[in-house]
Design a protein. Structure first.
Length: 83
């Protein structure tokens, strides 16, 4: 189920994750969305969204996407933002 790029495990297929997917695509980040059965995976994935890194570690989890999906993608890919 988890590939060689970032994988977003989504327990609620009604959640729109297009913004996160678009940002990942714009930045050249390999990104896949995998929908799983909410009832069968609740213990393993207690949040509606779980972002898994290519090395299979959980990078982020939540019940909705953050307001700034670009900041999330930049953080999980290790980009240091300097203002």
């Amino acid at each position: 189920m988890l590939g060689s790029g970032f994988t977003l495990i989504r327990r609620d297929p009604e959640l729109d994750v297009g913004g996160l997917s678009a940002v990942a695509n714009d930045r050249g980040v390999p990104f896949t969305v995998v929908d799983v059965d909410a009832d069968q995976t609740a213990t393993l994935y207690p949040r509606k969204l779980t972002l898994v890194r290519p090395d299979q570690h959980v990078a982020w989890r939540g019940d909705r996407l953050p307001d700034d999906p670009a900041a999330l993608i930049d953080r999980v890919r290790g980009v240091l933002l300097v203002e």
